[in-house]
Design a protein around this ligand. Structure first.
Ligand code: SF4
Length: 451
């Protein structure tokens, strides 16, 4: 299995957490001697890293799997792996549905890919979905970007939002130590990475499970302390974090973001609904008033902060008036970006079993109305960039126009401008904004900052 002629292909569905897991698993496969294949049909090992949040992602996995299962009948040496949330949720059932599968592994097992594949080589069909204590990562991820990287800081989630499968599939909260996180960031800084996004399903829970309390009685290790601790890692110019939970987002954290120059002025704080009854049914633990106060506090410390969030339309029992409360919140806050979704019942979650489901037609009508408002508001927010000079970290070329490059402002706005990617990749440049669209900007370089 370690001959270099072996090739692998990974298809990733879903969230950043899954993308980070895929990078780690790719790193393990490369250490085992596998090389990346651009086309799944050229690979000897195919891994689907799956997501249960959206139904179509789950359906896509089954259709891709079906094709590869057929290929396996002619090519028995092909190894088929399903990882991620569908794997965790379906476990053995997946093997019964697709008997050609070799390995079904939950997200907590990503670091064990080598061991699990060795068991497969011994002729076993393996299902690894039992809860495990996540061992410190000793794997080197194969990262898709050479400029920006994700660093996991906490795995799992102890919340019980009634629509969410994450606690079932990713287990309880397990924080990495600040030392392990810092040393991963130092290595990334040395390799030339410029931007780090610290990741957790509920990143504000960071440190709750680590030992130590301060004399004032608070946990010694919090996300705020972590930001201070990793802030001066050499080479890293920008730090972001996601995903935040409004219930646990503290003023102390906001102050740290305002004080620490590398922490970007972008806050992604999902509110999910603008209606208190729906928030209660979701089990979110805050009210829309509290969410608004939180945003006011953010803006009092960082007036120009970009604010983004996630929202769900058509949660079970949502009335027209309750949905309108979401529209009002979106209208009044003025988000820079909002990820929206129609509610989709996930197996194994409480809300999926409720009888007061909203019809598909109504969900899609509400989603459309919400998206329309989001685009209008985002376009208005974008106008404030016109004529301004923004710091942009160049990530890649503009796929649609090779004479241009793309990067992001500190506020996470996608920005395009004329330039040569070989000269500019990984550099921080000053760009004067000449065009502002709802979710992206165009400009001209006016100066180079540093690289
Ligand atoms: S905080 Fe809620 S929505 Fe987020 S991962 Fe945990 S249970 Fe899911």
């Amino acid at each position: 299995m370690s001959t270099p002629s072996h090739r692998y292909h990974i298809t990733t569905f879903g969230c950043q957490m899954n993308k980070a897991d895929s990078e780690r698993m790719a790193g393990i496969l490369e250490e085992m001697g596998f090389a990346w294949a651009d086309e799944p049909d050229d690979a000897d090992l195919i891994l689907y890293n799956t997501c249960t949040i959206r139904d179509n992602a789950e359906q896509k996995v089954y259709s891709y799997l079906g094709r590869q299962a057929k290929r396996k009948q002619e090519q028995p040496g092909l190894t088929l792996v399903v990882a991620g949330c569908v794997a965790q949720q379906e476990g053995e059932k997946l093997l019964r549905r697709v008997p050609e599968l070799d390995l079904v592994m939950g997200p907590q097992h990503a670091n064990r890919l080598r061991d699990l594949l060795e068991q497969v080589l011994d002729g076993n069909q393996v299902v690894a979905t039992e809860p495990v204590h996540i061992m410190e990562d000793i794997t080197k991820p194969r990262r898709d970007s050479t400029v920006t990287a994700w660093v996991n800081v906490i795995y799992g989630c102890n919340e019980r939002c009634t629509y969410c499968v994450v606690p079932n599939v990713r287990g309880v909260e397990q924080s990495r130590t600040p030392e392990a996180i810092r040393s991963e960031m130092e290595a990334l800084g040395q390799q030339g990475y410029k931007e780090i996004t610290l990741l957790g399903q509920n990143i504000d829970a960071y440190g709750r499970d680590l030992p130590g309390v301060t004399p004032e009685g608070r946990h010694q290790h919090t996300l705020t302390d972590l930001l201070y601790y990793v802030h001066d890692v050499p080479g890293i110019e920008r730090i972001r974090f996601a995903t935040s939970h409004p219930r646990y987002f503290t003023e102390r954290l906001i102050r740290a973001c305002a004080e620490l120059p590398k922490v970007c002025e972008h806050f992604h704080i999902p509110f999910q609904s603008g209606d208190n009854e729906i928030l209660k049914a979701m089990g979110r633990g805050y009210t829309q008033e509290r969410y608004r106060r939180l945003i006011e506090t953010v803006r009092s410390y960082v007036p120009d902060a970009a604010i983004s969030a996630d929202a769900i339309a058509g949660f079970p029992g949502e009335t027209e008036a309750q949905f309108e409360n979401t529209l009002t919140l979106v209208g009044e806050i003025g988000f820079d970006q909002l990820n929206t979704a129609a509610y989709s019942p996930r197996p194994g979650t409480p809300a999926a079993l409720w009888e007061n489901q909203v019809s598909e037609a109504m969900k899609s009508d509400r989603l459309q109305r919400l998206n329309h408002l989001v685009a209008t508001k985002a376009a208005q927010r974008s106008q404030r960039y016109l004529g301004r000079v923004e710091e942009v970290l160049v990530e890649d070329r503009n796929e649609k126009d090779p004479t241009q490059v793309m990067g992001r402002t500190r506020s996470n706005r996608l920005t395009f401008f004329p330039g040569n990617i070989t000269q500019l990749k990984g550099q921080l440049v000053q760009v004067q904004i000449t065009e502002a669209r709802a979710f992206s900007l165009t400009g001209q370089v006016v100066g180079k900052l540093r690289h």
